[in-house]
Design a protein around this ligand. Structure first.
Ligand code: G3P
Ligand code: MG
Length: 240
């Protein structure tokens, strides 16, 4: 079971920052999940919320900032003074950081509350440029984005993010040529696991932090878990 660090090791460093990604690597995570959106000048930036308010000292929509102005914001102090001055990464910086690391990168395209036309094409160009096509899973709650990614780059793996109790979701995965389901953890029930294993669809639930839940997911046979506490998950797996 792959341990995928949610927004980096986000329990220990400000989410979606270089510090959080470096921490995930040093903890031995097998994967890293991050979220991407577009700045006003069309740069692929790594941030979860559509607004900068919660995780920086600025206010407003990501889409209304040029990169240079996003880079002027402090994305660390909200988490802890030792992270003061942490900057928002562009996807390129993260790809550069991870180029010699052998883990899995899960890029979540945020394309819901705000629609970012062309974001799939930009992500595709970057993963081609940095030779990540065969080591990424592109996920999204917007499944049109996943279909668009497969159209642009047929060999790329996609993961279907969802919260609802979908009926036979492996059929849907096959329909849109997705590699994996990325369900909220409570959707991991025996009939779903049986169907997915039988049909060769990977299952990577989120957000799996509690030790009991980590053990339960491992016992259920999921391919990976997306967690804020990769160190806890790695330790539990070693003990199982
Ligand atoms: O990709 C799993 C998880 O990140 C999805 O939810 O809101 O944390 O991006 P969210
Ligand atoms: Mg995410």
């Amino acid at each position: 079971m792959k341990v995928i660090a949610h927004r980096g090791a986000s329990a220990y460093a400000p989410e979606n920052t270089m510090s959080a990604f470096k921490k995930a690597i040093s903890m031995g995570a097998g994967g890293i999940e991050l979220d991407v959106q577009l700045s006003r000048d069309g740069r692929v930036v790594v941030i979860h919320d559509e607004k900068v308010d919660r995780t920086s000292d600025g206010k407003g929509w990501v889409k209304d900032f040029d990169l240079i102005d996003l880079k002027a914001l402090d994305f660390g102090s909200w988490f802890g003074q030792e992270y003061a001055g942490e900057r928002i990464p562009v996807l390129e910086e993260v790809l550069d950081l991870l180029k010699d690391w052998d883990g899995l990168l899960n890029i979540e395209i945020k394309n819901g509350l705000i629609i970012y036309p062309g974001i799939e094409e930009k992500v595709a160009e970057l993963i081609k440029k940095y030779d990540f096509v065969n080591r990424v899973i592109i996920s999204s709650f917007n499944h049109y984005s996943l279909v668009e990614m497969k159209r642009i780059l047929p060999q790329v793996k996609t993961g279907i993010l969802y919260m609802a109790g979908l009926y036979e979701p492996w059929e849907y995965a096959k329909r849109i040529k997705a590699y994996a389901l990325h369900p909220a953890y409570y959707n991991v029930v025996p009939e779903i696991m049986e169907g997915c294993i039988k049909h060769g669809v990977a299952v990577n639930p989120f957000t799996v932090d509690h030790p009991d839940l980590i053990r339960k997911m491992a016992a259920a046979g999921v391919s990976g878990i997306i967690t804020n506490v990769p160190d806890v998950a790695i330790k539990i797996l070693e003990e199982m």
